[in-house]
Design a protein around this ligand. Structure first.
Ligand SMILES: *Cc1c(COP(=O)(O)O)cnc(C)c1O
Length: 457
């Protein structure tokens, strides 16, 4: 019998213990997620077709549902070493404050300038674009985390990066914008005069503040009109989930060193990339019948794709140019209430997570934003880290589960993903501090109206 090791506040892996391969969860799924469809032919998208939109190597990863492990190229590993391994933190202070017998751990992904886990995939996507000899990539950004991560990754590999930023965010979040420009990206407020679709929207709606859908359309048009450019996405796709498995692999390696087996694993879910990456190696064990865990996806009540959406084929982008994915979705035109300040506003959910949820292998729950920000503030005051509002969705549910343990007296082990920091979200925190944040639950009629616009199945 080994002596129980004392568990430190932070478990850091050694550099040499960092994962050298990503884990492809789909390889272990008996029933695979449905294939992506070409939006024009409605047939499964081929490698050739996907390669027109995405980098070739990324298209290969997108279609690969057989190889369980995929080597991480050395150049990407070297970049990861600049800000990884990420710490797995034992939330001793939070446990004490809550008076719970539960053991709470969180994987903190905010230790890089972009402030979130998105850099894990941005650097991989930029690497493969460079390998292919491309000149640059285009993308859209709303709140700005993805655009920031991609700007950092592109500057590292000396690639051009064109970001279309929703105009209201461009004007209201000058700091995010300037971080991207400092990394060398060009940031264009969308809608803009630089694209046909932008000019059309401006003519129809002069003075509009823009939308994510419009920014995507501009980014796609720009990528297609320029030689040597591709459009890239920061979530939802299989390739993004694959890159994000470094989160879960590191978490599992750290827990294994101390012989800890979690009971519950919790993550916030926008498009599903951080959650998919965190749970992947644990879900693999569950799928192979080796161990059992509870997995909980947390979504905002204003954008409840898993809990109130429909499991059908839908467009990944409002521009309707990317392939169709079978996923839990609210319809690609769904726009969360304007009072919603907490992120996670994507209309659909990763097809892999959707399939796992549909098979009953994962749970999902919703939370309201006032309770989310209360949890965020409590966490900041106790654990020191000012969380991104997105991450605070997971904090809320982790705290709720820990409080249930207090009632039942069970010492469960809870792991959650702390995806990023909230320094650029101070307008939302300001509303919280001023007491002007409100909750909003869309009515069934609103959800039905959005679902009515789903593409014909
Ligand atoms: C983008 C983002 C999310 C949500 O995206 P997923 O793809 O669902 O992980 C969560 N937290 C932070 C900090 C983000 O920037």
């Amino acid at each position: 019998m080994s002596v129980q090791k004392e568990i430190p506040y932070k478990i850091y892996l050694q550099e040499s213990e960092m994962p050298k391969q990503w884990y492809n969860l789909r390889a272990d799924m008996q029933k695979k997620p449905a294939p992506l469809l070409n939006p024009e032919t409605r047939q499964p998208a081929t490698l050739e077709e996907l390669s027109q939109v995405f980098c070739r190597e990324l298209a290969i990863q997108e279609l690969n549902d057989t190889d369980p492990y995929i080597d991480i190229p050395k150049e990407i590993l070297d970049f990861y070493k600049m800000y990884r391994p990420a710490p797995l933190v034992r939330a001793y202070c939070l446990e004490k404050k809550l008076g719970t017998p539960a053991h709470i751990y969180y994987k903190f992904e905010g230790n890089n300038t972009s402030g979130s886990h998105k850099l894990n995939s941005a650097i991989a996507q930029a690497y493969y674009a460079k390998q292919q000899g491309l000149k640059g990539v285009t993308t859209e950004t709303g709140a700005g985390q993805w655009g920031t991560a991609l700007s950092m990754a592109c500057s590292y590999f000396d690639l051009d990066c064109k970001v279309f930023m929703v105009k209201v965010s461009y004007e209201q979040k000058p700091f995010r914008r300037e971080v991207m420009r400092t990394y060398g990206a060009s940031v264009t407020p969308s809608p803009s005069e630089t694209t046909a679709v932008g000019r059309k929207i401006l003519a129809a709606h002069p003075g509009t503040g823009g939308s994510l859908g419009c920014a995507i359309s501009e980014a796609v048009e720009t990528a297609l009109s320029l030689d040597g450019y591709r459009y890239v996405l920061g979530s939802v796709l299989n390739q993004v989930l694959l890159h994000q498995t470094v989160i879960g692999l590191e978490t599992k390696a750290a827990l294994d060193q101390y012989g800890i087996t979690p009971d519950i694993i919790i993550g916030c879910a926008g498009g599903g990339s951080n959650l998919g990456g965190l749970i992947a190696p644990f879900m693999g064990e569950k799928l192979r019948g080796e161990k059992d865990y509870r997995f909980i996806a947390v979504e905002p009540a204003t954008c409840p794709s898993l809990t109130r959406g429909r499991y059908v084929y839908d467009y990944c982008d409002t521009g309707m140019v990317c392939p169709l994915a079978k996923m839990y979705t609210l319809g690609c035109d769904y726009i969360p209430a304007s009072t919603h300040a907490g992120g996670l506003r994507y209309h659909g959910m990763s097809s892999t997570l959707s399939e796992l949820y549909d098979q009953g292998l994962m749970e999902a729950t919703t939370v309201q934003q006032t309770e989310v920000f209360r949890a965020a503030q409590q966490f900041a005051q106790i654990e020191g880290i000012l969380p991104a509002p997105e991450s605070a969705h997971a904090i809320r549910v982790a705290m709720d589960e820990a409080l249930k343990c207090k009632e039942s007296g069970e010492a469960k082990t809870i792991v959650f993903g702390l995806t990023g920091t909230g320094y650029f979200d101070m307008p939302a925190y300001q509303k919280h501090n001023d007491g002007t944040l409100t909750d909003y639950i869309p009515s069934d009629a609103e959800i039905e109206a959005a679902l009515a616009k789903l593409p014909q199945q």
